[in-house]
Design a protein around this ligand. Structure first.
Ligand code: HEC
Length: 248
């Protein structure tokens, strides 16, 4: 809220129009001001993205419908979709001040990875706000695909019981709550799994399982599994696809 309003010219207009009472009772009391003021907001001052839904998609022949919510979107703004394959410009199918719907050409995306969606101002210039959208090569779910990897790769020989290693319980029934949007113990400012965001800097699970093969150390501690056991390349990719596809 603070972030989206700071430096926003529509705010001062709204406050002048509605009077001091608004300052005491909140901007929401000033009905209708948001939509009309943001329609003029082609420069995109204060534009933010608060969520992307779904968080991740699976590569397919048909385009996927993706909704962005946020603040200070306006007609004429477009989405720049950037990946390792380049940048594509998308015109939203609908825009309000707080939502945008875009049809993403899924067949043109790199699989098992992510793309960056950036809101571009109608008037041209630099990106106003960006968010990550995961792109899975194959649809994976925790229950059908990933839990079996944790079990078969021996993760649960340490990550189980009353005092699981790293404070992380990977046994079936516990693993979803222990991973998804849950802070890492070793790298406390990061989530263990951020749905739709398989970047190592955003999902410590991905960081740990890529630490050995990439030669880039994990944000803390050992690669996973620790020295002595390994995780196959296909299993690593399945876990990345699961996170990229939205960690369902
Ligand atoms: C031999 C015991 C052992 C095995 C097997 C093991 N781990 Fe770990 N794991 C640990 C310990 C100890 C830590 C905490 C210290 C560290 O990060 O190195 C940890 C930390 C982690 C963390 C970070 C937790 C956090 O909150 O920071 C993740 C993610 C993880 N392990 C995933 C796995 C996965 C996935 C597997 C199976 C492929 C696995 N581990 C297998 C012992 C193990």
């Amino acid at each position: 809220m603070d972030e989206s309003l700071s430096g926003d010219s529509s705010r001062s207009r709204t406050i002048r129009r509605c009077g001091l009472i608004v300052l005491l009772s909140g901007l929401a009391a000033c009905g209708g001001g948001g939509a009309s003021s943001s329609a003029n907001n082609t420069g995109g001052t204060g534009t933010t993205i608060s969520s992307v839904s779904p968080a991740g998609i699976v590569v397919a022949a048909t385009p996927a419908t993706v909704s962005l919510t946020g603040n200070n979107f306006a007609a004429g703004m477009t989405i720049a979709m950037s990946s390792s394959l380049g940048t594509t410009r998308i015109t939203p199918t609908s825009v309000t001040s707080t939502s945008m719907v875009v049809s993403v050409p899924v067949s043109t995306l790199p699989s098992g990875n992510y793309v960056t969606l950036s809101v571009m101002p109608a008037s041209g210039g630099a990106a106003l706000a960006s968010a990550i959208l995961g792109v899975a090569g194959t649809a994976r779910t925790l229950a059908a695909d990933i839990q079996a990897i944790f079990d078969n790769a021996g993760c649960t020989s340490c990550h189980a019981g009353a005092v699981p290693s790293g404070g992380l319980d990977l046994t079936g029934g516990s693993s979803a709550a222990a991973l998804i949007n849950r802070n890492s113990v070793g790298c406390a400012t990061r989530f263990r799994v951020t749905p739709g965001d398989p970047r190592r800097s955003s999902s410590v699970l991905v960081d740990k399982i890529q630490a050995r093969s990439s030669g880039v150390a994990a944000c803390s501690g050992n690669p996973m599994p620790p020295p002595g056991s390994t995780l196959g390349a296909q299993d690593i990719q399945a876990i990345i696809d699961w996170v990229a596809g939205g960690a369902n």
